[in-house]
Design a protein around this ligand. Structure first.
Ligand SMILES: Cc1ncc(COP(=O)(O)O)c(C=O)c1O
Length: 364
C-alpha cells in the first residue's frame, strides 16, 4: 500500500553514519558532562550553535539568549500554551491546520476560534475583526509551507499579524518547522525584538524526528518566563546528551549537508508530483503546487465523494487522507492532503496518476 497520508521522511534518507561519528566524538571527549542535567534553557553549546547556524542561514543576527531548546515543535507549542496563555483563555488557529496540534490544544482548557487561509497565509482581516469584539490570548499559525495546504504566508500577512499582536496584545506561536524544507524562507516571524512573537523550529524536518530536538526563538524576557515551567526546573534542559551530539553536527557542517541532501530528494519528489498533477488532474480540481514542505493539497468539487475516490484507490493499493482530519470543525471533506516525502519518485508517480484516474472515474 502506498499511503500518501504519511507525512514523514523515508527511512533510507536518514544519515545514521554522520550521527554515529558525532556521537562517538562527543562521548569520548565530554568528560561525561553530557550525562548531567542541563540548564533549563537547554545545553549552552547547542543554543550557541543554533544561533550561529540561523545567523549564517539568514544573514540576520540571532542571539543565543533568544534560543530555548525543546523536545521538538510539539513540546515548544505545549510550553507556550502552558506558560503564556491563561486557563480558559482564547486562541485563534487556522482552518485547516496541523492535526496533531489539535490534540495538543485539547489538553488545555481553551476556547478555540478558527480562521481561514488566503493564498497569502492566515486571514489577518478575519483576526482583526475578532479582536475588535473579544480578547484573544494567542494565535497559532504555520506561516511557511503550511501543513496541510503548502501555502506560505507573504510579507504583508506576516507584518499585519505582528502589528495586530501589538495592537490587541496577543501572542503568536509561529510554527516554522518547514522553514528550511524547499525554497529557503529567509526571515522567521521573530526577528530579534518582537515581544509577542515565538518562532518555533525543529530538527524533526531537517534531520529526523528521532532527534526530538527543536527550539523557540523569542525575546530573552519571554524565554525567562517559559523556563519557570516546573518540568524544566525539575528536569533541567531537554536531552543534554542528544543536544551535545547535535552541537557537534552543527559545528562541523553536517547539519547543513544533511539538510541539503534531504532537500534534493524532497525537491525531486515534489517536482514529480507537480508534473503528474499538472498533466493529469481534471480541471475542476484546485491544486496548490507546493514550493517546499512535505505536502500538497487538492480541493475537489464538493459533489464528489472522497470516500468513493478512496475506495477506488484502495483497490490499486493507494491510500489517501481526507482533508476534514485537519479541521477542528471537520470542514474540508472535499479536500485531500498528499505527503510527497515518504515514497521514491516512481511510487509517488504511480500513486498520483491513480489519484487522477480515481477522481475522473468517480466524477463520471
Ligand atoms: C506543522 C507541524 N508542527 C509540528 C510538527 C511536529 O514537530 P516535532 O516533531 O518537532 O514535534 C509537525 C509534524 O508533522 C508539523 O507538521
Amino acid at each position: 500500500m502506498i499511503d500518501l497520508g504519511i507525512g514523514q521522511t523515508e527511512n533510507c534518507l536518514f544519515s545514521s553514519e554522520e550521527v554515529k561519528c558525532s556521537a562517538l566524538k562527543v562521548i569520548n571527549h565530554s568528560n561525561n558532562e553530557a550525562f548531567q542535567y542541563a540548564p533549563e534553557e537547554g545545553l549552552y553549546r547547542l543554543r550557541v550553535e543554533i544561533a550561529k547556524w540561523l545567523t549564517n542561514k539568514t544573514k540576520m543576527e540571532v542571539l543565543y539568549k533568544d534560543i530555548l531548546i525543546t523536545n521538538g515543535a510539539s513540546h515548544a507549542l505545549e510550553l507556550i500554551l502552558k506558560m503564556m496563555v491563561p486557563k480558559g483563555g482564547t486562541i485563534i488557529i487556522e482552518d485547516p491546520t496541523y492535526f496533531f496540534a489539535l490534540e495538543i490544544f485539547k489538553d488545555w482548557d481553551l476556547n478555540i476560534i478558527t480562521v481561514g487561509l488566503t493564498d497569502g497565509g492566515i486571514d489577518v482581516g478575519e483576526i482583526e475583526k475578532i479582536c475588535k469584539k473579544r480578547k484573544i490570548d494567542l494565535v497559532y499559525t504555520i506561516p511557511f509551507n503550511h501543513n496541510p495546504t503548502g501555502i506560505t504566508a507573504n510579507k504583508k500577512t506576516i507584518n499585519k499579524l505582528k502589528m495586530l499582536a501589538d495592537k490587541f496584545d496577543f501572542y503568536v506561536a509561529s510554527d516554522e518547522v518547514y522553514r528550511f524544507v524547499g525554497d529557503p524562507q529567509p526571515q522567521s516571524m521573530y526577528t530579534g525584538h518582537e515581544q509577542r512573537i515565538f518562532s518555533i523550529g525543529s530538527f524533526s524536518k531537517i534531520l529526523g524526528p528521532g532527534f526530538r530536538l527543536g527550539w523557540i526563538n523569542a525575546s530573552d524576557q519571554n524565554i525567562s518566563d517559559l523556563v519557570k515551567c516546573g518540568v524544566l526546573i525539575s528536569g533541567g534542559g531537554v536531552s543534554p546528551l542528544m543536544s551535545l551530539i547535535l552541537s557537534n553536527m552543527l559545528e562541523t557542517g553536517k547539519v547543513d549537508s544533511i539538510c541539503k541532501k534531504l532537500n534534493y530528494f524532497y525537491d525531486e519528489r515534489r517536482e514529480r508530483l507537480i508534473d503528474v498533477f499538472s498533466k493529469n488532474l481534471p480541471i475542476h480540481v484546485k491544486f496548490y503546487p507546493p514550493t517546499g514542505g512535505f505536502f500538497a493539497w487538492l480541493e475537489i468539487d464538493s459533489e464528489i465523494s472522497i470516500d468513493k475516490i478512496r475506495e477506488n484507490l484502495i483497490e490499486k493499493s493507494v491510500d489517501i487522507i481526507n482533508g476534514s482530519q485537519f479541521s477542528l470543525n471537520k470542514n474540508f471533506s472535499n479536500c485531500l492532503r498528499l505527503g510527497f516525502t515518504f515514497y521514491p519518485p516512481s511510487q509517488l508517480e504511480y500513486a498520483c496518476k491513480e489519484i487522477c484516474l480515481a477522481i475522473k472515474k468517480v466524477n463520471i
